[in-house]
Design a protein around this ligand. Structure first.
Ligand code: TYD
Length: 200
């Protein structure tokens, strides 16, 4: 089973992923968590370029690098694990590319991004995607401490567009939209009950 988490920076994905992993652990179910971009040696090298490069990066280069990192992760980790029937949890997947590069950066036509996503994922789709929805202003408050990476420096207008992208994607059947302004525990409970529905 493939579970993905999406949302803008500061939505609380990482906390929820940790809570979900602990929940599965307690029930004796092993899960595998990967972050995007990253998760393999090659993908982590690409991540470094994407998040910490100080030279100006062309938007198409950015789009292709996120996709390249993804392709390696899918080929090396995701596909083989799904084949074995394991549970894989993803901190971001190709919906991030649609929202960030498609709607945020407007790097390419959405139809081209859709095709690229299919290529980069080797046609793999999540069974369920949890979208932690938060207002960009609220998210910015949460991320204002600490150093910002290259993507986080993109500004509020950029994140508004990214949110529009996620709102469009939310219409897909596999999307579960969760209000990220609720408490950690409330959000966790909602995630568990939604997963129960999917598993049953
Ligand atoms: P990360 O530190 O993992 O942020 P977060 O904890 O919010 O997931 O950095 C990943 C950044 O890369 C984040 O700003 C979202 C962005 N991103 C894209 O722009 N496109 C993509 O396809 C992916 C996977 C991430």
């Amino acid at each position: 089973m493939l579970i993905s988490f999406e949302g803008i920076d500061g939505c609380g994905k990482s906390t929820q992923i940790k809570l979900l992993k602990d929940y599965f652990n307690k029930s004796g179910v092993k899960t595998f968590v990967f972050r995007e971009p990253g998760g393999t040696e090659i993908s982590e090298k690409i991540r470094n370029l994407l998040l910490h490069e100080t030279e100006d990066m062309d938007p198409t280069t950015e789009l292709l690098l996120f996709s390249a990192a993804r392709s390696q992760l899918v080929a090396e980790e995701i596909k083989p694990r799904l084949k074995k029937g394991e549970i894989v949890i993803l901190d971001r997947f190709f919906d991030s590319t649609t929202a960030y590069q498609g709607y945020g950066r407007k790097s390419a036509k959405l139809s081209h991004i859709e095709t690229l996503n299919k290529l980069a994922t080797h046609h793999t789709e999540p069974d369920i995607t949890f979208y932690l929805r938060i207002d960009p202003k609220e998210a910015a408050k949460r991320t204002q401490t600490g150093t910002k990476d290259r993507m986080e420096k993109s500004g509020e207008d950029f994140f508004r567009e990214v949110c529009k992208g996620y709102d469009q994607l939310s219409r897909l059947k596999r999307f579960a939209v969760i209000d990220a302004s609720e408490s950690q525990e409330e959000i966790h409970q909602k995630i568990i009950s939604r997963l129960d529905q999917v598993l049953n």
